[in-house]
Design a protein around this ligand. Structure first.
Ligand SMILES: [Zn+2]
Length: 234
């Protein structure tokens, strides 16, 4: 047994589970579930980071509403089958790719991770490749001195995931026919933008990265109003 596990006192954590499981059972929306013939009817496919500070609940109720795919660094290529399943089989009209500030996966992908177990190396390599792809594509040079570097990379990483999705012909077709909108979101947990902690910003809509253009999308309301970036990469 590792010291970390002892320090975490798993017995308390396990006991907490009873509280949360009971709450789920009590609040289970059985009527709605029955109306939908007990089938899955999600409205959103969400690809987000596994980071515990980046909960799926940012985007509202989860049950039968959000088809959620989570992995380190919110990578399409780590879970491409799951993401495409949400879009091509469950036909959600909205796809959200969500990244966040101080992302451990983004930071680690920029470090030497050769001593990690193979499975972690594999996933960090996917993150690293995404960052290399987007830096090559945009020519952007991260700001080494301002402390913004990793938040800039996390933002660009979201852009790259939108690009990977649009590279699938079937996904691009859905977007062209307006059956699907792909939103790239950054969660500013650490107040990097200076407007407060945990503010959400729109960085990408269907591959469009210019905040002024996104702000003009009048049918997107709040999502358009929140268009704001750390990196200018027209
Ligand atoms: Zn993360």
């Amino acid at each position: 047994m590792s010291e970390v596990l002892v320090n975490q006192d798993y017995s308390l954590v396990v006991r907490d589970l009873e509280k949360y499981v009971t709450l789920f059972e009590e609040q289970f929306p059985l009527e709605d579930f029955a109306k939908g013939e007990f089938k899955q009817h999600p409205a959103v496919t969400l690809l987000t980071c596994s980071d515990a500070r980046m909960p799926v609940t940012v985007f509202g109720p989860i049950f039968n509403r959000i088809f959620s795919v989570e992995n380190i660094g919110n990578q399409v290529k780590t879970s491409a089958g799951s993401v495409l399943y949400g879009l091509l089989h469950l036909h959600t009209p909205v796809m959200i790719v969500a990244g966040h500030t101080d992302c451990g996966a983004i930071n680690s992908a920029n470090s030497n991770f050769v001593d990690e177990p193979m499975a972690i190396r594999n996933e960090l390599s996917i993150v690293k490749n995404s960052l290399e792809d987007i830096l090559y594509k945009t020519g952007f040079v991260p700001d080494e001195d301002s402390g913004l570097k990793f938040s800039q990379l996390a933002e660009l990483n979201v852009d790259m995931q939108v690009e990977y999705l649009l590279a699938h012909r079937a996904v691009a077709n859905l977007v062209e026919k307006k059956h699907l909108i792909i939103l790239g979101i950054m969660e500013d947990l650490h107040n990097v933008h200076g407007n407060g902690h945990a503010k959400l910003y729109t960085v990408n809509v269907n591959g469009e990265v210019d905040p002024e253009v996104i702000k003009s999308y009048s049918n997107l309301g709040f999502i358009a109003d929140r268009a704001r970036r750390l990196t200018q990469v027209k």
